[in-house]
Design a protein around this ligand. Structure first.
Ligand code: COA
Length: 339
């Protein structure tokens, strides 16, 4: 005999977004000497003009908490009402317990389900997809999805291929039930045969066994990642639009992972996005903040273009693994406080 239950929510949507940017702004000129580079080269190859590096007191959980509090306040939902917290990060410095449980303690709401996702720069979109499905299935009503990174801790300041790219910050969204379709199906997958294109190494075991390097840093085969992102990710983004039943001319915004402005521009071109679509370019001032980059870019775009509240946005995250995930979602409505 079949089980007897009903699923209460046909749809879900993003209620709000919150962001936290570390106080210290680091310009290109501050890092060029270490890597024998120039402001001009960095701007031209990546679009990055400056980024933020977290200070001593701006821990992963501190930043996640600030972004979460802002998202909760804008959604008009208390931390006690959450059913689950999903934290996407690769830079929480403890293997266990999860960063999500520390965040819950900090939010004064220690009861919801809580777990971390290790999907690097795709982590936020993975989290949004899971939250949407948890809500539609009736497992959860309100889910907090946070993307946070302190990549300055895991970047070798002398590495020419990464030192100017990676940075710190946090973004969060509150996701809940909706009468209208607010989050489209997620298109996700991986290319695990190329998992060595981006690595955080050595492992703790290798360090324990006396490896030469005493601390894990990110290494990246830049050109390989660049080509993969440019050629493989545009079709995934198009598929996400098809699955959500939207076309490029009805799209409000394109908010891809903020890896590199040339990747963003090449993807937009490959998808033939019309000029009416607003394209997030937060990478210019934020660098690549991995799991935090899409919610940070969403928040920045909504600050610049309040008319985009409630419009559809195509999101796609891709990175170490190599893994990816994308979906179309309605951007959150104007927060109650600013209506
Ligand atoms: N500053 C100045 N010159 C640099 C440099 C730096 N930081 N790094 C490399 N160069 C030089 C190289 O020595 C080389 O010089 P040469 O032509 O005289 O030999 C030249 O620039 C090209 O090097 P290359 O490594 O081929 O650079 P690139 O064009 O591939 O650009 C990246 C490097 C990292 C900007 C680019 O590969 C990239 O954006 N990759 C994707 C990275 C990314 O977005 N990762 C995140 C995904 S989640």
């Amino acid at each position: 005999m079949a089980l007897s239950f009903t699923t209460p929510n046909q749809h879900s949507r993003i209620y709000s977004v919150g962001a936290y940017r570390p106080e210290r702004i680091v310009s290109n000129s501050e890092i060029v000497d270490q890597i024998d580079s120039s402001d001009e080269w960095i701007r031209e190859r990546s679009g990055i003009q400056s980024r933020r590096f977290a200070g001593k007191d701006e821990s992963v959980i501190f930043m996640a908490k600030q972004a979460s509090l802002q998202a909760l306040e804008r959604a008009g939902i208390s931390a006690q009402e959450l059913d689950a917290v999903i934290l996407a990060t690769i830079s929480y410095p403890y293997q266990t317990p999860s960063g999500a449980t520390e965040l819950l303690q900090e939010l004064g709401a220690p009861k919801p389900a809580a777990f971390d996702i290790s999907a690097a720069c795709a982590g936020f979109c993975y989290g949004v997809g899971m939250a949407a499905d948890l809500i539609r299935s009736g497992t959860a009503r309100y889910v907090l999805v946070v993307g946070v990174e302190r990549l300055s801790d895991y970047t070798d300041e002398n590495d020419r291929g990464t030192a100017f790219i990676f940075a710190d910050g946090a973004g969060a969204v509150v996701i809940g039930p909706s009468v209208e379709a607010g989050i489209g199906p997620m298109v996700w997958g991986s290319d695990a045969d190329n998992r060595d294109a981006i690595l955080l190494e050595p492992s703790w075991l290798e360090i324990k066994e006396g490896s030469e390097k005493k601390w894990p840093d990110i290494s990246m085969v830049g050109q390989k990642v660049f080509r993969w992102a440019v050629f493989e990710m545009a079709p995934i983004a198009v598929e996400a639009m098809e699955k959500a039943g939207v076309t490029a001319d009805t799209l409000g915004a394109f908010i891809p992972h903020q890896a590199n402005i040339r990747i963003i521009e090449a993807m937009a071109k490959a998808m033939k996005l019309p000029e009416s679509v607003a394209i997030a370019e937060d990478v210019r001032l934020a660098g690549n903040t991995s799991a935090a980059s899409i919610p940070l870019a969403m928040d920045a775009l909504l600050q610049q273009r309040p008319d985009l509240h409630g419009k559809s946005a195509l999101m796609i995250g891709f990175g170490a693994g190599l893994v990816y995930a994308g979906q179309v979602a309605l951007l959150p409505p104007l927060p109650t406080s600013s209506r």
